[in-house]
Design a protein around this ligand. Structure first.
Ligand code: SAM
Length: 254
């Protein structure tokens, strides 16, 4: 998941990436960001990609910074923000020291800290946390380990309801997200064919406290509709709540 990986994605981003801001149920991301919004505060989007959220942030905050290391995705982000006077978009490798970036009242980061390399991940998280003004907030969305296993459980149930025996239903269930034991133990699971870091709820509690040194305010489920998880669009009516989810972490700088 280096710059080349994300640059290669740029032209097909909308086709392949189900982003949390656009596809989350009940506008959870927008509603959460609004809790911390004010025309007097500045916000930065760490790993903004094509900048889908930046125009919304520009309406809610005084000044908005969008950072990413993919020049191709940033070109798209700039096109989204051409008319906006209070948005600044800049290229930055956020796994490297970020002391030169301005401190902001709020930092939002949606599915950016998902690289399998633990060192890069930790540097990204620590750097990001260090650029929040005292008393300011972090809003970070990341994939959930629990949700991925729960989705497999629901898929198996779906096969059972179609008449498969419990054993056959288990056998039919898509396990392509599962990696080898070493990676699995670290929450690194495939998204498509790409090893992607997923997080446990308790793991995030520890990371917020010990790596980012922030105070956890809230951790909520950022839910998606089932059709975003299954390739089959014909989702049966009984497959309602609970829906699949990402973890949305809200934390406060000391
Ligand atoms: C799944 S995309 C999410 C993009 C956007 N936040 C969204 O929700 O549509 C992950 C983004 O993180 C960016 N990214 C990953 N590692 C990065 C790094 N070390 N420095 C800056 N950006 C990074 C990628 O370029 C990509 O745009």
């Amino acid at each position: 998941m280096d710059v080349k990986y994300w640059n290669d994605f740029a032209d097909e981003y909308d086709e392949f990436v189900i982003d949390a801001f656009t596809y989350g149920r009940s506008n959870t991301i927008a509603a959460t960001v609004e809790r911390f919004a004010s025309p007097e505060l500045d916000i930065a989007d760490y790993g903004c990609g094509p900048g889908k959220m930046l125009p919304f942030l520009a309406r809610k905050f005084h000044y908005v910074y969008g950072y990413d290391f993919s020049d191709k995705l940033l070109d798209i982000a700039r096109r989204h923000c051409v008319q906006l006077k209070n948005v600044e978009i800049a290229q930055a490798d956020l796994s490297q020291p970020v002391d030169h970036l301005p401190m902001t009242d709020v930092i939002v980061s949606l599915n950016a800290v998902i690289m399998p390399d633990p060192k890069i991940r930790t540097q990204f998280m620590r750097g990001m946390a260090s650029r929040i003004k005292p008393g300011g907030h972090l809003i970070m969305n990341v994939p959930s380990v629990e949700s991925l296993l729960y989705t497999a459980f629901r898929e198996t149930e779906w096969y059972r309801r179609q008449g498969y025996t419990p054993q056959k239903a288990e056998f039919q269930t898509d396990i392509s997200s599962l990696t080898g034991p070493r990676r699995l133990a670290q929450g690194v699971l495939n998204r498509g064919s790409e090893p992607t870091k997923h997080y446990l709820r308790e793991e995030l509690m520890v990371l917020v406290r010990d790596e980012m040194r922030l105070d956890l305010v809230d951790m909520i489920k950022m839910e998606y509709d089932w059709k975003t998880d299954f390739e089959n669009d014909d989702i049966p009516d009984w497959m309602g709540e609970p829906y699949p989810w990402d973890w949305l972490v809200i934390a406060k700088a000391k």
